[in-house]
Every structure is written in structure tokens, then in C-alpha cells.
Design a protein around this ligand. Sequence first.
Ligand code: ZN
Length: 271
Amino acid sequence: MHCVILRDDDTNGLTPVDCLERLYRPFLDRNLPVNLAVIPHVRTDVTMPDGQPEGFLAGNRGNRPPALTVGSNRELVDYLRANRGFNLAQHGYHHDYFEFDRSDRAEIGRRLDQGARLLSEAGFPAPQTFVAPYDRLSRVSLQEVARRFAVLSTGWFELRRLPLSWWPRYALKKMLKRPHWRIGRTLLLTHPGCLLSCDRPYRTMLAEIKAAVEARPLTVLVTHWWEYFRNQRPDPAFVNVLHQTADYLAQQPGLKVISFDDLLKDNLALI
Ligand SMILES: [Zn+2]
């Protein structure tokens, strides 16, 4: 049996409901859970190192406050709550550039706790899974996330960033060539890069996804909703690859699509 967790990053208070509906209706209609990593209090002026606004701020027009909570977008909250196939993870707090690559423990704790509180106040279950912006976490951030969350989903782990007490288990994971591991009660998941990305060739994307899924018992597939709507326009060819992926995931024998929460309930043997 192979399992897949689909993770879509960067939903925030500016995300248009139509975008999520267009991308994920084929998943929801087939009971394939979609995990949205949601930014609790997005900064509306986040830029990349080259000065360009972040792609997830595409819905940003006119005068906006410097930060927006996800709960301020009632249409989005109602939509996500009405469609039970969406499972929410916490994606940073403000989503500043490399937000959790810092060392100030109090500030890290404050952002984690406030983010979880904002998601709960918006009417969602308390998040059990954390995703760091740009998949980047400092040693202190790793410790504080593990204290609070049951699952951390990230790209990879580097020895030099890990707390010293994690080193023996990390060595074991490396030796056994396991993609996923755990510290205490926290599951630590890696992913094989953003395979569903507008920067990759569309023609070979589905074949690469199939190869990744078949290579391990549990694969986290990562994508970003706004990449399908660059320059305010949908990219039908890219949307089509996503929907072909839904067909494959729904039809492939011996393959199951689960949520991060399902993993905690009865799929721990996959780790
Ligand atoms: Zn992000």
C-alpha cells in the first residue's frame, strides 16, 4: 500500500475561493483529502529577495492593512468549513521571508501560539500540523514546533540545524534511509521537492509524481495554489496536470490519499 498526502501551501486571507474550488473540486468530489497549509496572519507587503511581491498576495488590491487574518475573509472561512475534504495545517504566522529561521525563542513561541489561536478563532480545529514558510526552520524553531505540534512537514532535515538531542535518531533515520522519522510524539515528514510546480516541465510532471509515489510508502506532494493563477489568469495546462494527478490518485490500485490528521489516527505504521 502506498499513501499520499497532498499539501497546498499559502492559503491566506487574500486567497479567492474560486481558485481553490477550480483546483480541488475533482479531489473533493472523489473524497481525496486536500491539506491546506494556511497562513494565519499574512503580511500584505511580503516580498521576495528580488523585491517582487510574493505570489500568494495576488488577490491584494488597493489599501490593505499591513497584515490580514484568515478569519477576516468570511467567504473563505465558510467555504473551507463547508467542504470537509479540506484539512488545515498552520503555515507560519506572518509568512515573512524565512520567518522561522530565527533564534529568538520567545518570538518563535509567540508566532506559533498566536497563529494557532487565530485559526481556532476563525472556527477551525486546532492545527496539529505545522509547515514553515520556505520549509526553513532554525534549531530553536524545530524545538518549539515539536513541543506544540504532532506533525512537522518540511522539505528535508540538516544535521547542523537539529537540536543535539535529536542527533542519534537522525543518524538512525539516515542509516535506514527513511524519509520520515519522529522525535517524542512529533512526526517529522520530508517531501521529494515541489513536484507540482509551474517551474517544472508539465509534460513529465505526472510521470515524476508516479515515480515518487511508488518509491516510498508515504509521499507528501507539495504544490502552491497561486502558481496556477499567475498574472491573474488561470494556467489551464498546469491545472490539467493537477486534475490528471487527481485521476491517477483516485484510480491507482493499492494507493490511498490521506490527510495529515488521518496519519495520526491510524497510519502511524507508515513512518
Ligand atoms: Zn509558503
